[in-house]
Design a protein around this ligand. Sequence first.
Ligand code: 5GP
Ligand code: ZN
Length: 118
Amino acid sequence: MKSQDNCVFCKIVAGQIPSNKVYEDDDLLAFHDIHPKAPVHFLVIPKSHVDSLAECGPGDAGVLARIMLKVPELARLAGCSNGFRTVINTGTDGGQEVFHLHLHVLGGPRDQWQSPAF
Ligand code: 5GP
Ligand code: ZN
């Protein structure tokens, strides 16, 4: 059994688990976090499964760049008019709970964020 066979984010990509989508194209999916830690909190993932940033190689360079370059546009569309935070938790000590690479985008008024957000 491959790791992605039981991956919650692969199931979201496949439409087997519902999500509140922010953006989708052939390579990327962005959707709202189910437990938001700030007024804006969504996740951006590559559709193709990779466990974490630590497992990425040269073949992932394109999708990583596409994620990073898409984030400011998505943050702006989500209402982040005054900045945003990006977070990638990697591995157990990094606080990663879902082992399908994802980038958190958090924004909105700072006094409305959960403390600590991360
Ligand atoms: P991590 O700690 O791995 O960086 O963050 C995983 C994030 O995924 C958490 O913020 C958690 O709330 C979110 N999450 C976990 N399961 C689901 C789900 O089924 N749907 C959505 N939308 N978010 C999820
Ligand atoms: Zn996956």
